[in-house]
Design a protein. Structure first.
Length: 320
């Protein structure tokens, strides 16, 4: 079950663009090194080391107890500042704080043993550039971490129109997220997950859950639950499909079912920061490999793209 939030794992080690104060440093943010990319309304996670705040109890996790999400949780707060074509500073709603003790012994022998994951939502009205990350390219964006109101670290970020991430069961912004084998959150209309035991079928409408799809109409304030009817994402999105053992098929292939494979792109009512993409499964190619013949039990790669970003997921589709 998806929490009222999303998660975007931040895996790139960051050595530039960060100013350390009070011993706190940024262990990761964004999706790749060195650019740190964010989009309006995006749910993401910042991984920090050297924090002076150590949560009590086991596991060391504190989720937001309310919606709208607070802008201060467990002593952590995050501000998003923009300058240039736009001058503003906003506090980001905090989804949750999770800490991991890398040293194993309790209590941890030093602050350096603790990695802190702060999950948050980027303000929905963030001004986006076209991918440039520099103070003179339209709008300069800075993310700052504060501990109990004191400056901890800050770094530049690239504000993009979209920063697509298809959710998996391992994402840190999902309650009770898993580790190890990660399953993409692509569902049948019944709400059950698409899998090798419950494959999709040609012509079926599936629901893909994602974050980072950018601005919507109407705009939903960050930290607030999505109303109904669902706001529609304003970006220009497309999908491409590639079957194992077969050719890649996409919007330019001329296949009738692919002229409008996307039925809806927008936010999910009652959730916070969660997007969904309803799309039609194309007919399997004659030489497509069955899921049972592939190591990961999948045979179709689905790629969601915009002019600024793209992400892919693998699912299983029944073959003739």
């Amino acid at each position: 079950m998806i929490s009222a939030a999303n998660a975007i794992c931040i895996l790139a080690l960051l050595g530039t663009g960060a100013t350390a104060q009070n011993n706190i440093t940024i262990a990761g943010a964004g999706y790749s090194h060195p650019d740190i990319s964010i989009a309006p309304g995006q749910l993401t996670t910042l991984f920090l080391t050297g924090s002076s705040i150590v949560l009590s109890g086991q596991p060391r996790i504190q989720w937001s107890p309310t919606v709208p999400f607070p802008t201060n949780l467990a002593g952590f707060s995050v501000s998003i500042s923009q300058s240039g074509a736009r001058n503003s500073t906003e506090q980001a709603p905090i989804v949750g704080v999770q800490q991991t003790n890398l040293c194993g012994t309790e209590p941890p022998p030093s602050q350096s043993c603790i990695v802190t994951a702060v999950s948050l939502q980027i303000p929905s009205d963030l001004a986006a550039n076209v991918g440039q990350m520099c103070p003179t390219c339209g709008v300069s964006t800075t993310i700052s971490i504060l501990e109990n109101g004191k400056q901890g670290a800050s770094f530049l970020a690239a504000a993009l129109p979209q920063n697509i991430h298809i959710l998996t069961t391992c994402d840190t912004i999902i309650y009770n997220h898993t580790s190890g084998s990660c399953q993409e959150l692509i569902m049948h209309g019944t709400g059950s997950a698409v899998s090798a035991s419950q494959p999709a079928t040609a012509g079926e409408i599936l629901v893909m859950y994602a974050v980072g799809l950018g601005a919507t109409n109407p705009l939903v304030p960050a930290g607030n639950a999505t109303p109904s009817p669902a706001p529609v994402a304003t970006g220009d999105f497309s999908m491409q499909f590639a079957y194992s053992g077969g050719a890649t098929i996409g919007p330019s292939s001329g296949s009738p079912i692919l002229q409008s494979p996307i039925k809806f792109v927008g936010m999910t009512p009652t959730a916070v920061g969660l997007y969904q993409v309803n799309f039609i499964v194309p007919s399997p190619l004659p030489n497509a490999t069955s899921c049972q013949q592939t190591p990961d039990q999948t045979n179709l790669t689905v790629t969601l793209s915009s002019s600024a970003s793209a992400d892919s997921a693998k699912i299983c589709v029944s073959t003739p």
